[in-house]
Ligand binder design. Structure first.
Ligand code: CA
Length: 371
């Protein structure tokens, strides 16, 4: 009887929305814990530092979405102010800034923090690794997020998946790539594990920030560059500095973007706000991938129709060579620590099964479509 009354009241809006609805049917102790912040009307304000320029399409707007959702869902009890890269701290200081609690929250990608622990790269993207759909499956239903939480606990951080670009493009090249020999001596902007694979294939990987890519290409400082995909690449004008646009993005097949939260700040939140932060990250995770898929298709049409760019596939031989080198590099990473070995086992076991399922679902279905 009491429970029915509660439901009636909640649907009639007589209970404070944030506290009651987010706690749902949880234990009585949860709602007790949430009570003080509601009762005192205390507003919580957090800072979110990001590795992206402010409002950067896709990545930055995804971070904005996360902050907006927290404000909306909490009915204004909690607000998050977003800082673009360089506003509060430079992009690559986001991790330390959230660890120390100078900002309570950060938005970035774990492969930027490989200096802290190489194994963190499993939680963003591996060359020839899992797609966005498969990454979400592993993180949310395959034990991936638990391992990520364990890896971040040492740093006083709580991780959440909070965005994905989907499959990226292999990049822009100033010459055709017909064989693996064409990679020899190639100076390419390609960070992370993909860059290491290129190096083993005889190329020279360079890591330069997004904002310097156009100039580096136009001045011939680099011969090739990857960035993201049609949406972001078109906005940077990369079609003006290189004519050969290759696919697929073997090095970033579906990178997960992250929301990292300072553990102390997170633990101090009432349970309903904790749930709201998690739900907002989950919303950003879905929203960003949808934005990329929607905008990439439009930008691809523009590149083809207005700029006469015809994307080309990388030759199978080139991809096979890169896959071999990537496997060597990933094996070395797997042996870098006991935790890395466990993460690797979880990732690779999941990957094997995911490939079997994807082959007879997504891949099989996509192959039925006319080209
Ligand atoms: Ca990229």
């Amino acid at each position: 009887m009491k429970r029915r009354d509660f439901i009636k009241k909640a649907s009639a809006g007589t209970i404070v929305a944030g506290a009651a609805l987010a706690s749902g049917c949880s234990k009585a102790s949860d709602s007790t814990a949430a009570a003080p912040a509601v009762a005192s009307g205390k507003k919580i304000t957090w800072k979110m530092v990001t590795t992206w320029p402010m409002n950067f399409p896709g990545l930055g707007t995804g971070a904005n979405h996360l902050a907006e959702k927290i404000g909306e869902m909490s009915g204004g009890r909690m607000t998050v102010k977003v800082y673009g890269a360089g506003e509060l701290v430079p992009a690559f200081e986001v991790f330390d800034t959230v660890t120390t609690g100078t900002a309570e929250m950060g938005h970035g990608a774990t492969y930027y923090w490989k200096g802290k622990d190489p194994a963190l790269q499993y939680f963003a993207a591996l060359p020839f690794g899992m797609t966005a759909t498969e990454m979400n499956a592993w993180l949310l239903h395959g034990g991936g997020l638990e391992l990520w939480a364990e890896a971040y606990e040492r740093f006083g951080l709580v991780p959440m998946a909070a965005g994905n670009t989907g499959v990226q493009m292999a990049g822009w090249f100033n010459k055709e790539i017909n064989s693996v020999a064409d990679l020899k001596g190639l100076k390419m902007r390609i960070p992370g594990l993909g860059g290491e694979a290129l190096e083993r294939a005889g190329g020279t990987p360079v890591n330069i920030p997004g904002g310097e890519i156009y100039t580096s290409m136009s001045q011939g400082i680099i011969d090739a560059t990857e960035w993201v995909g049609p949406y972001n690449d078109l906005a940077f004008g990369l079609h003006k500095v290189a004519k050969h646009y290759y696919y697929p993005g073997w090095h970033e097949p579906g990178p997960t973007l992250e929301c990292m939260v300072n553990q102390k700040a997170y633990n101090a939140l009432p349970d309903d706000l904790k749930a709201i932060v998690k739900a907002a990250a989950s919303s950003a995770n879905e929203y960003m991938l949808a934005e990329y898929n929607a905008r990439n298709k439009d930008a691809l049409a523009q590149l083809k129709n207005d700029h006469s760019i015809t994307p080309q596939p990388l030759p199978t031989e080139v991809l096979e060579n890169l896959r071999g080198y990537a496997a060597e590099i990933i094996d070395e990473m797997a042996n870098s620590s006991p935790l890395a070995t466990r993460i690797h086992k979880s990732y690779s076991d999941f990957y094997e099964g995911a490939v079997q399922w994807s082959n007879i679902s997504e891949r099989a279905y996509l192959n039925t479509r006319p080209g």
